[in-house]
Design a protein around this ligand. Sequence first.
Ligand code: GLN
Length: 448
Amino acid sequence: VNESYQQIEAVDKEVQAFLTLDKEKALEKAKQLDAENSDAAALLFGMPAGIKDNIVTKNLRTTCASQFLDNFTDPLYDATVVKSLDEAKAVNIGKLNMDEFAMGSSNENSSYAATRNPWNTDYVPGGSSGGSAAAVAAGEVLFSLGSDTGGSIRQPAAFCGVVGLKPTYGRVSRFGLVAFASSLDQIGPLTRTVEDSARVLEVIAGRDAMDSTSADIEVPRFTDALTGDVKGLKIAVPKEYLGEGVSKEVKDTIMEALKVYESLGAEWEEVSLPHTKYAVAAYYLLASSEASANLARFDGVRYGVRSEKATNMLDMFKMSRSEGFGDEVKRRIMLGTYALSSGYYDAFYKKAQKVRKLINNDFERVFEQYDVVIGPTTPTPAFKVGEKTDDPLTMYTNDILTIPVNLAGIPGISVPCGFSENGLPIGLQIIGKHFDEEMIFRAAHAYE
Ligand code: GLN
């Protein structure tokens, strides 16, 4: 834990992964664990961890990287995942930077600072869990928690050269995760190794009475799946994931990874997921619609910053929201409100729901014959800070390979698989059936 803070002291001025540190309490807990030592068998005994700042931590500031929650210093409770980490004896080091309310792909939408990619600080770390990925990559913590609504764990993991897992929808409790798009959001680990990922998932997974969408399905010992054996594993490689828009160096790196699988006795074939091209459009409609409803709770009344300027109640709502939310959040609220409004609902929201079903069917068909789907996590390696900020649409299309997984509710993991010519990491994405994290862990571990 001491070393964690030393590393933060050394690098975080540049990386800017942390928004809030919890040093006093963390050191106290570490001391306590030292003294006990009796529970050294706990799965995460003494492991320094960072938490994305949209996951609520009791009495520890939780901002979602928004000015709206700048003063939210004393949440009343811990998210279920935070409780679970505590019970497994991990030590919370602090809260990690992100795109405001998890809307973004580069961390540039944080209202505090843009986290930098530790491999080259001219580049973005990805987003929205950019702080979570950068902190692990820079050695500031051993692991972190992020949230993934449309790729926000896997994409920054790929950009920062770490392992990032989005579990099956319902595998991990969302209680205490500030909701963005409730039908898509999942919390998951960012780690250095697949084994660490399996351990952390084992700790945070499981049914929670506080989240009715958490599934009552047994949590296996995920580490038991790490056998190193992938003989006979059937891999599907969607041609849409290596098509237009995917850079040559990313394609080449994925082809090399497939050779590794061949040498390990696995087999791969090209398949088609024909509705992939509609995923981004459907996602941005659905996610924005859900966000517009979820973010209605930020009104300056119950928590967060209240505008000082208003003289009546309605103005107080309006001005608090105008001052508190950043541009991207406002853009999504407007898009979502429009898509849900009377007369447009069938044309946009309902249609997007139908597309969502088609995307799910694409995967189900492929999984009748294959164990995993493999492709790149992102079309390109990390881009430069500022490169895409003026063009939200280009930024959105960067999510094309991660979004289908959220729409289908299935699990996906990104593992490092090589480097671009300019020395930036490239991520390999392994996708599995509902609640079959064991299979993707096994495949990822054997490759790693
Ligand atoms: N980049 C996507 C978005 O901006 C994904 C966000 C996420 O997964 N939280 O919506």
